[in-house]
Design a protein around this ligand. Structure first.
Ligand SMILES: Nc1ncnc2c1ncn2[C@@H]1O[C@H](COP(=O)(O)OP(=O)(O)OP(=O)(O)O)[C@@H](O)[C@H]1O
Ligand SMILES: [Mg+2]
Length: 414
């Protein structure tokens, strides 16, 4: 899959540009008074401007306020430093104690601004920032990642869409290139993705929907839930029994921002085609329609593929994934591909005991059953997205069970 357009790119706006040197500043400050004081200083200071919320490129400078839970703020700083290389972080807080200061510096904050805000102190910190940024501008301007968005959509309910999204995201995390991966539940009818990873997110899309204007870099990292593996999750917060709907606008602004911070944004879109999932799929690099070889599933998958093609989704973006595949089903597969007018891009072996054990233990297959055919299939699938990573030779030979279908996996979609 040789697509290079999604690789990290240098930002086109808001970066430290050696000819213009205007730095975008984002303020993630709760207290209105402190925010106003800092805004005034940014606006007055030559070479600095407030970042427009619609701009998805990470800011050059982010000023964060320490919240009631300092550990949470430090964790956000650590994630931001890793995700948005080239963004400097300043911390501001009312209480200044040495333990907090030390932890702030360790987590990656570059300056500490005491409250109440002292204009001179902030201006001096800005000047030091300018000096550092000018010295490192060639290599360290904020990078606008253009992460690959993989949207899994179910040809029917229960075909394994959530399993696909969870296990693909977990396998991507294991690639030698150590990509940054976020898994997003765009399914507002099920919204059960956290159960597959045994996490209980305290935040979700609902936090964004409550006030879309608040969505900035720091806010976004605050509402993600981090798994032990480092995989970040954005929960849906919606299901059939809850009130409200996840709006297409909310999904669009969130995905755009995630895309600029992560290498892979993996989406569980459920199986209901509505304006919200359609929007998510419009933003996707690939739409991975998940299906099985069961007649009712094939019947609905055919309708879904026709609807997607009819709605203007390019064929080059569509991929068919056959889940729960049994090795004796080759003839049925060929017949199904003809019916669907789509070659299968990937075959995931049927292994109910391993998959259900993984779901019930709240861990991805790559951890619970890495040596099974289904576990290996997911790892191989992850490798197929990373054109920089070459799969270790020893590993390649262990995927022997797939060799009769190898041509199918590499075949471009028709
Ligand atoms: N490769 C596989 N082999 C065997 N069983 C599988 C496989 N993948 C998924 N399953 C099983 O299929 C069932 C449905 O999986 P999953 O919840 O991922 O589907 P879904 O399409 O997301 O469902 P829903 O429409 O309810 O959101 C689960 O019991 C899961 O264990
Ligand atoms: Mg599901």
């Amino acid at each position: 899959m040789a697509e290079s357009s999604w690789k990290p790119k240098r930002a086109s706006a808001g970066t430290a540009d050696s000819t213009k040197s205007t730095f975008n500043v984002e303020l993630s400050i709760q207290s209105a008074e402190i925010k106003k004081a800092l805004e005034e200083i940014v606006v007055e200071k030559d070479g600095f401007q407030l970042k427009d919320n619609k701009e998805t490129t990470p800011p050059s400078l982010l000023i964060l306020e320490l919240d009631e839970n300092p550990e949470e703020t430090f964790s956000v700083i650590r994630d931001l430093v890793k995700a948005a290389r080239g963004t400097e972080i300043f911390l501001t807080a009312a209480e200044l104690d040495s333990a907090i200061l030390l932890e702030a510096m360790r987590s990656g904050a570059k300056e500490f601004l005491a409250q109440p805000i002292q204009k001179q102190e902030v201006e001096d910190a800005f000047s030091r920032f300018q000096e550092r940024a000018t010295a490192t501008v060639a290599n360290d301007a904020p990078i606008k990642k253009d992460g690959k968005v993989l949207a899994f959509f179910g040809g029917k309910g229960g075909v394994g869409t959530t399993s696909m999204a969870v296990n693909t995201a977990a396998a991507l995390m294991k690639l030698p290139s150590e990509p940054r991966v976020v898994l997003v539940d765009v399914n507002q009818h099920g919204g059960d993705l956290p159960l597959y990873l045994d996490i209980q997110p305290t935040h979700s899309f609902r936090d964004i929907a409550a006030d879309p204007s608040r969505v900035d870099q720091a806010f976004l990292f605050r509402i993600l839930t981090k798994c032990e593996s480092g995989l970040q999750i954005l929960a849906s917060g919606y299901d059939d029994l809850s009130t409200g709907r996840l709006s297409p606008d909310c999904v669009e602004s969130t995905l755009r921002m995630l895309q600029s911070n992560f290498d892979y944004v993996v989406l569980d879109c459920g199986h209901v085609l509505d304006l919200t999932t359609k929007k998510a799929m419009e933003l996707a690099s690939l739409i991975l329609v998940t299906s099985t070889l069961m007649v009712p599933v094939v019947h609905r998958t055919k309708r879904i593929l026709e609807l997607l093609r009819g709605s203007g989704f390019p064929q080059s973006k569509l991929r068919l994934i056959m889940n729960r595949y049994l090795s004796g089903e080759k003839d049925v597969l060929v017949e199904t591909e003809e019916i669907l007018k789509q070659k299968a891009h990937w075959l995931v072996p049927n292994d109910y005991p391993s998959v259900s054990h993984s779901v019930n233990s709240g861990k991805p297959l790559i951890d619970t059953a890495p040596k099974t055919a289904v576990g290996k299939s997911y790892m191989d699938f992850a490798y197929s997205f990373d054109d920089q990573a070459s799969k270790p030779q020893a590993k390649a030979s262990t995927f022997g069970w797939l060799s009769p279908f190898k041509s199918k996996q590499t075949q471009p979609a028709t």
